[in-house]
Ligand binder design. Sequence first.
Ligand code: ASP
Length: 307
Amino acid sequence: MNQFSIAIHGGAGTILRSSMTESLQQQYEQALHAALDAGANLLKQGGSSLDAVMAAVVSLEDCPLFNAGKGSVFNHQGQHEMDASIMCGKLLDAGAVSCVSQIKNPVELARVILDKSEHVMLFGAGAEKFANQQGIAFAQDDYFYSEQRFKQWQEALAEDRISLDHHDRKFGTVGAVALDNQGNLAAATSTGGMTNKKFGRVGDSPIIGAGTYANNATCAVSCTGHGELFIRSVVGHDISCLMEYKGLSLSEACDVLVHDKLIKIGGEGGLVAVDKHGNIAMPFNSEGMYRGCVDAKGIRVVKIYAD
Ligand code: ASP
């Protein structure tokens, strides 16, 4: 049997039971199961962790419940500007894209940047031009429009505030980490960022070493939360360093970041991570985090709240 592990998230934040209906909770859980299956089915057939994290993230990007791809929030100018990244732990190959509009699945663009460009990150119009050359699917603005997102943006505009997706309680950045049968680790993250964010704002999700990191020697990490604080804490790479240089286990290293270092600077959020042995960690310091994991031993978890 193929050995594998995969974990995903759909954002962390103030997810209150009181604002959740049974039917909405079911929709979230179904979407998380579908994304886990998209990745795990590839891994079961001996597919690569890189393909698995991409498949899981594409599934979440296509679901309007999450703040990535189709469900992306509005920026201050009323546009959808999306960030995404993907990394393979074997040779530390990475691809990232920032501030792109009208790209249906930004993680697919990050992947072609990894596979087919000599660069790690492309931004805005240059990234969109490359997407066009590579045959990446575009979608018109109305594909990304939803009444609820528009309302959130109007409220944020009226109050002159920038809100993290998790401030909105029900939406989140998406990400996945996986270990495949060849022992390769991979991570991917995709987001619409923050409601009413400044035009050109870049969060942690496309920053290799912050929101996304993978290294076969240690672990793969995908983060969600207050991006500025996750950039300043270099979360993904710091977890890897704690394991590599200090000998911490995956869960010990994740706890140092999520429950100590981030807390000390006011960084709310969480992450999913997997190590080279297939161990999984899904810690968060917020009210909840949409998350799930599957492994070859038969573990299958989908959860929203702490318990
Ligand atoms: N980390 C994302 C950002 O700051 C937001 C999130 O995780 O929901 O863009």
